[in-house]
Write a protein that binds this ligand. Structure first.
Ligand code: BMA
Length: 822
């Protein structure tokens, strides 16, 4: 088979309504160069026809783009077909309402951005020049027409017409994202010429109950003229050839490789991520396809929780229950083709480095790129995969259902071989939306929730047929009649921030068996904000900064949490720091409290917590822990610390503090627990030391550390082994805004890629910043007298290095700190 990408030479222009379509396509004027894969916004930006939609208020000025119809055209050369050869045009992604003509003849109509299209053009393709024309109708207009036909339906976020359009739902605007209705060839397009081709290769790897034997049942379907033989190979990690078989070609070929003592795939931190390859080649050498697979047994266990109501919700890999600390993933850009494999890899590595083991691909985005899942396989990140429905009461007429079925089949067939893929999930919050309008739950009128058939029949049927071994879950959240039950299924814990705006200190009591969403807003990094804000708008409640917070009541809610908790300067840098400090405190409190409830075998009261959200798609104040320039916020480091394999926790009581420790390793740990209180100047008040033994993969309650709370004091718990620090927790008197902290007398020494920090008095939230691309191994530290903390970055731009902490008043250039010391 020969594959020719058709990516260069495209042109585009706006459809001129006053002309016939033929004349419009034929006109010589107005065509501009287009990039494929790409979007019309990117093309217009490249051509200088629109300003950067991310800058200032420009989003508002580019709305016409989504309301316009767009023409794309390409002239390309093709060879004469040889006898018996087929020609197919393959469009991996058309966004969204597209009609395609080849040499003036209509060949395709497409209306689902998630469905790749393959069109046979044998007999239509000419030797020599060919002309491809595509009309993309405005998704806005077409959505409105569909809505007029099928009725307006309730939703949260975006324009209600989105519910009728199979296009990434966040394109319609979300409570963290702009409305940018893209159009175009967002994924690749190619011409395939072949006599015979591999239409599909699948391999559903299975592992025996005792984990000692793996089977690789390779299944191949061929299309075209079937003759000769096909070679199937199994390669081990490092591409060692393990087995191979040659079979006569047939429409369907099946062969099962068996392997004793396979190397097992594990989530990050639990073991390695060995990957096997199943490869199929046609005898004539014209095509080879391969799948990278992993050997692991994954189960979703729901069993009783001793002494409590309901059932657990625990992912088990190779027999080991995994506490799924992690995050929700949204598309990393409003303009999807800008997300390169390298960018995926960077963002996912950040997640892995924060001790996360699971990401949830949220249903308002896309079935992500192959590069996303490949990286998750390699990094050991489990993927909770939503189908693409979010926060709406979707229609379910037969045309819509057929469209959804094709979409789901395409997604499942493309992704099912990935060992990282842990779960298929029907939707995001559609059960809750239905419940809120009286269409679900006790007394709810389910006839008003037609999409139930999608989540409870159509999608489970597709999954059972095409990916039977993988768990399917109807919705996030769902759990029967109460979709957001705290005792079964998964739960979105929005009692903090949304809902009653509960204090974040109460997070532990808003638990779920698996908290698949919770979050707290903060501003992005100052450097990112400044890059998209005109000078005269760089103040907290400027029109531009308010526009870059899309949440309903966003600035007001954020201020409420700031006012309750932290000193909040009114200058922009101070406000950025305060919001990020508060977010970090809130998320750490949630993870800490819920992870304590990981318990032990038979008592897995909370088995996961996924923060809303890992990343951003544009520069915005949002719940993300990494901003859209890729810079981690302080919360990122707080999460990383609290999710480390071994951690220690404190909860204040009337007469002291409860102490517990989490051992996320697979072995029992014998450690030394040191408990102390310090006054705000850092002088020790009470201390004690105890040996502790922490059971494997469990939480150990270590009892009460008693002390009289006579004055505001810091409570410090450390775990160490042979004098080496293993984990530490510092509990500060709350609210932080009331603390009167002395100057910590920070001492910094910078040498090469290291910053060594020490203090004379306790310092909270010590935050180092340098060039935006600086990658720190740790940051946002609590420093205590008597210790030296070393923070490393690959490269430090000393001239831009600043440091700030709670109470510092401003970010200090490190050179000033150095001068103060000398
Ligand atoms: C969740 C998500 C999103 C939303 C977020 C913050 O429930 O599913 O819809 O962006 O809340 O409000």
């Amino acid at each position: 088979m020969s594959q020719r990408p058709l990516h260069s030479g495209w042109q585009f222009k706006a459809r001129a309504a006053q002309q016939s379509l033929g004349d419009d396509f034929a006109s010589v004027d107005g065509w501009l160069p287009a990039n494929v894969p790409g979007t019309v916004h990117q093309d217009l930006l490249n051509a200088g026809r629109i300003p950067d939609p991310f800058y200032g208020l420009n989003e508002l000025d580019v709305q016409w783009v989504g309301e316009t119809d767009w023409l794309y055209r390409l002239a390309f050369d093709a060879p004469a077909l040889e006898g018996g050869q087929h020609a197919e045009l393959c469009f991996d992604g058309l966004d969204t309402f597209a009609q395609v003509w080849l040499n003036g003849e209509p060949i395709l109509t497409s209306d689902n951005m998630f469905v790749p299209q393959r069109v046979e053009v044998t007999g239509k393709l000419k030797a020599g020049r060919n002309d491809l024309h595509i009309l993309f109708d405005s998704a806005w207009r077409r959505g409105r027409e569909l809505e007029a036909q099928h009725g307006e339906l309730p939703l949260w976020n975006g324009d209600s017409s989105r519910l009728h359009v199979r296009k990434a739902q966040y394109h319609y605007g979300w409570d963290w994202g702009p409305m940018l209705l893209t159009a175009g060839l967002w994924r690749g397009v190619r011409l395939e010429l072949y006599r015979a081709r591999i239409a599909e290769l699948s391999c559903e790897v299975a592992l025996s109950d005792d984990l000692s034997q793996a089977i690789f049942p390779a299944r191949l379907t061929l299309a075209g003229e079937i003759s000769g033989t096909v070679k199937l190979e199994l390669l081990g990690p490092g591409d060692r050839l393990l087995d191979s078989v040659t079979m006569p070609a047939a429409e369907t070929i099946e062969h099962t490789f068996e392997l004793g003592q396979p190397e097992r795939w594990w989530p990050a931190g639990y073991g390695q991520q060995p990957l096997y390859t199943v490869r199929a080649s046609l005898e004539d050498g014209t095509e080879t396809q391969s799948l990278r697979v992993g050997v692991r047994r994954l189960k979703l266990v729901q069993e009783s929780v001793a002494g409590e109501e309901g059932r657990s919700f625990t992912f088990q890999v190779n027999g080991v229950p995994i506490f799924c600390g992690g995050a929700n993933w949204i598309p990393d850009d409003s303009f999807l083709p800008r997300i390169t494999p390298g960018r995926y890899r960077t963002r996912l590595t950040q997640a892995r480095d924060a001790n996360m083991v699971m990401l949830r691909v949220w249903g308002g985005g896309i079935y992500e790129d192959d590069a996303f899942y490949d990286a998750c396989d390699e990094l050991g990140l489990l993927v909770w995969q939503d189908f693409m429905f979010a926060c709406g009461l979707y229609p379910a007429h037969s045309y819509f259902l057929d469209n959804v079925r094709r979409e789901a089949e395409a997604a499942v067939q493309r992704l099912r071989h990935h060992p990282s893929l842990a779960l298929w999930c029907g939707n995001n919050e559609d059960y809750q939306l239905a419940q809120s309008v009286g269409a679900y739950g006790p007394g709810g009128d389910e006839s008003r929730f037609p999409a139930l058939t999608i989540y409870q029949e159509l999608l489970p049927e597709v999954c059972a047929r095409l990916d039977p071994a993988r768990p399917y879950w109807p919705g996030s959240p769902s759990s029967g009649s109460d979709p957001n039950s705290p005792v079964t299924g998964d739960r979105h814990a929005w009692d903090v921030w949304h809902g009653e705006m509960a204090p974040y200190q109460d997070y532990p009591q808003y638990q779920g068996r698996f908290v698949s969403e919770f979050g707290m807003q903060s501003l992005p990094s100052l450097s990112l904000l400044e890059s998209v804000t005109p000078q005269d708008q760089r103040f907290v409640d400027s029109r531009v900064l308010t526009h870059h917070n899309k949440a309903e009541g966003g600035p007001r809610r954020l201020n409420a949490y700031l006012d309750a908790n932290v000193p909040t300067p009114t200058d922009l840098p101070g406000y950025v720091y305060a919001s990020q400090l508060m977010q970090a405190e809130a998320l750490a409190c949630a993870y800490r409290g819920w992870r304590r409830r990981w318990g032990e075998v038979g008592r897995r009261a909370v088995s996961g917590a996924l923060v809303w959200q890992l990343n951003d798609c544009w520069p915005v104040t949002s719940w993300a822990v990494i901003d859209s320039s890729g810079q981690p916020k302080p919360a990122y480091y707080a999460v990383k610390r609290v999710l480390s394999r071994l951690s220690v926790g404190l909860t204040l009581t009337d007469n002291g503090a409860q102490v517990w420790a989490v051992n996320g390793t697979q072995t029992r740990q014998t450690l030394t627990l040191e408990l102390r209180t310090l006054n705000l100047s850092g002088l020790p008040v009470v201390s004690e030391t105890r040996p502790v033994t922490l059971a494997a993969n469990a939480v150990t309650e270590c009892g009460i550390f008693e002390f009289a709370a006579s004055e505001p004091a810091l409570v410090v718990a450390t775990l160490s082994r042979d004098g080496q620090l293993v984990a530490r927790e510092v509990c500060w008197p709350e609210p932080l805004k009331n603390l009167e902290l002395p100057d910590p007398g920070l001492i910094a020494r910078v040498s090469g890629s290291q910053v060594r920090l020490s203090v004379a008095a306790p310092a909270k939230g010590v935050w180092l910043e340098s060039a935006p691309d600086t990658v720190w191994d740790d940051n946002f530290l609590d420093l205590l007298p008597g210790e030296v903390r070393v923070v490393t970055a690959q490269q430090i731009d000393l001239s831009r290095l600043t440091v700030r902490w709670l109470g510092a008043g401003e970010s200090l250039p490190i050179n000033d700190v150095l001068k103060r010391q000398s």
